[in-house]
Design a protein around this ligand. Sequence first.
Ligand code: FE2
Length: 314
Amino acid sequence: MTTIPTAPMIFPTPTDPLAAFGPLVGRRTADGFDDRPYERLTVHPLSPTIGAEVDGVRLGGDLDEQMLGELRRALLEWKVLVFRDQDIDRTDQRAFAQLWGELEQHPFFKYTQPGQTDIDVVTLAKDAMTAGTENNWHNDITWHTTPSFGAVLRAVEVPEVGGDTLWTDTGLAYDLLPQDIRDRIDPLVAEHDWIATFGRHMPAEAVEQLRTHFPPVQHPVVRVVPETGRRALFVNMIFTQRILGIPAEESDELLRLLYRHVQRPEFQCRLRWRPNTIAFWDNRSCQHYASSDYFPARRVMDRISIVGDRPVGV
Ligand SMILES: [Fe+2]
């Protein structure tokens, strides 16, 4: 039997405590995961641990229990499910998203996405006037006490080339940290906030008013996905402000190290969109990054996100 290493070969250099050469190989799922073959779905992996194109289903609100069970298991296993050639409309997309929980109303998009009216099916129209800005690694909505469970993103109009989305497996990233860093971060808690990102594009009165509803929140630095017991890094460079209970300098240093670590290509998958491609991801187990390389071409996506639970730490 081949033993999968739980940590990479680390050869620290004077400037890089995480310098690693050689295999960065880890587990796709936690111990005890139900890995029976899928009966209804056909799964084509995009990488060894994260992302899979899935055939055998037309998305909508009318999926039977067996299909839903397979999709739930596939989402937990692959974190990002990609469905091609889904010629469905917003109603089907919304009905599919509603199978997974309450739809999220995003309080800031009306300020940052001009013309936004339909607040729970959010259209992200990115063109020459509103070039893409999601090109920083993040989990969605971590400035909220209950960050998104996941999102269903549908490609409406995509550039001929460019505008890919990348995801990184934050469970694998956690597993492949050296043991001493895992021990150090397991009990830590971080503060998350929206002021420095969304707040930047809002009138001061709106910031002041929304502040009372959305104060800074605290989440564990390592969250445990309840269904699987899998641990995942849960700090991100756009919403996490600081780690609490340690000096500011140490917090900055640790966060920088974790942000750089999650960006390793071995933890990632990359999706080249086509019209009618849909991606459904587990926001608890991965971060995403929308490559903003297509300006001045247009990229129009319909985004729906689903309310999640309050993150639980180790
Ligand atoms: Fe996002």
